[in-house]
Design a protein around this ligand. Structure first.
Ligand SMILES: [Zn+2]
Ligand SMILES: [Zn+2]
Length: 93
């Protein structure tokens, strides 16, 4: 699955404390390294992304390193990575 970053959203906060914690709370998964395919950097944050499909414009959180969190263009995810909704009213609030 390919995703693309949504820029200008990193200052938003949710009640989980951080977006990477938000992803951990709702994905049922753990992550110690970036979920961009082929990346092994461990400076991960919860990145806001959209799926690279025109019919789904919802916002999601995935664990990306700082490099991929600021990357432009399409990013292939590690297979099996759960996307967690960034919609707080559907998750933690
Ligand atoms: Zn949250
Ligand atoms: Zn990365």
């Amino acid at each position: 699955m390919k995703v693309k970053n949504i820029n200008g959203t990193s200052q938003n906060r949710c009640t989980c404390g951080s977006w990477i914690q938000h992803w951990r709370n709702f994905s049922q998964q753990t992550a110690t390294v970036c979920r961009a395919k082929g990346c092994s950097r461990n400076d991960i944050v919860g990145a806001h992304v959209q799926i690279d499909k025109t019919y789904d414009n919802h916002w999601y959180i995935v664990p990306f390193c700082h490099l991929h969190n600021s990357a432009k263009g399409k990013i292939e995810l590690v297979a099996g990575t759960n996307l967690v909704s960034a919609n707080k009213s559907k998750t933690c609030e």
